[in-house]
Design a binder for this molecule. Structure first.
Ligand SMILES: [Zn+2]
Length: 256
């Protein structure tokens, strides 16, 4: 919609917002990586969450009843990525499906020899190009302090990556960013990470990042918000590019 209509619509949604204060405070208190946000940032996050919940449909699968608290927890984690971007970054799809725990992915693929396979594997999250985000609730609530793991941030990072087509670890950059600098930082770090994983070295970042460049970007994004010091120490150039892309510097936040 044109920007003025959009601004009017958002204003109206925010004026009529009905997020209970105590529930909001409870959810923020439970998500420790939000603790370093300033009051102004928390206000902006709350506005983003209000608009997000109006725009998206969150439903439970396999009998899971999605409560108001669960909706807020998912929305708050999804919105931390776009706190300094815009809700438009999540345009083009509406559905978030929440499973009680890991779910089974069934899909066909053709390998490099042209042989078709049927795969059947369990997953804690999935993002579809132009389609839903799927997360396991059990995994969405087990994010631990200082561990980089966060399935909600991971899947929404894939959504940002998919803004310019299939996920490939190269989301649309801002006009003031350099494609060369991004490519250089990520390809060097990915190469280094893969060789460490191949050598069975213990890595502080989730070894799943070695899967492909799209997973590397999603895992680095999880860690950028959850364990920013680790990304900044292990891969400073990647940290710098993520800080430019997300327009945030979480390593500078003081988490109580
Ligand atoms: Zn992934």
């Amino acid at each position: 919609m044109p920007w003025n209509v959009k601004a009017w619509y958002r204003d109206r949604v925010l004026k009529n917002e009905s997020l209970p204060d105590d529930l909001w405070r409870h959810v923020v208190a439970g998500l420790w990586f939000l603790h370093g946000l300033s009051d102004a940032e928390l206000r902006r996050l709350r506005e983003c969450v209000t608009l997000f919940l109006r725009a998206k449909q969150i439903s439970g699968a396999h009998g899971l009843v999605v409560t108001g608290e669960m909706r807020l927890m998912i929305a708050a984690q999804a919105c931390i990525l776009i706190l300094n971007l815009d809700l438009d970054y999540y345009d083009g799809w509406v559905e978030i499906i929440v499973y009680p725990g890991e779910f089974v992915r069934d899909y066909e693929y053709v390998d490099e020899d042209g042989v078709a396979h049927h795969a059947h594997e369990s997953a804690s999250g999935e993002s579809w190009l132009g389609g839903p985000v799927i997360v396991s609730w059990e995994d969405a609530v087990t994010a631990e302090p200082d561990a980089g793991y966060n399935v909600v941030i991971h899947e929404f990072a894939h959504k940002l990556d998919m803004l310019n087509g299939d996920a490939n670890g190269f989301p649309p950059l801002h006009a003031d960013m350099s494609r060369e600098a991004w490519s250089d930082a990520f390809s060097r770090a990915y190469g280094d990470f893969c060789s460490r994983v191949d050598a069975d070295e213990a890595t502080r970042l989730d070894s799943y990042a070695a899967e492909d460049p799209a997973e590397f970007f999603a895992v680095m994004s999880e860690a950028f918000f959850q364990a920013p010091q680790v990304v900044r120490t292990d891969y400073p150039a990647v940290y710098e590019q993520l800080a430019l892309f997300y327009r945030q510097d979480p390593a500078q936040r003081r988490v109580a």
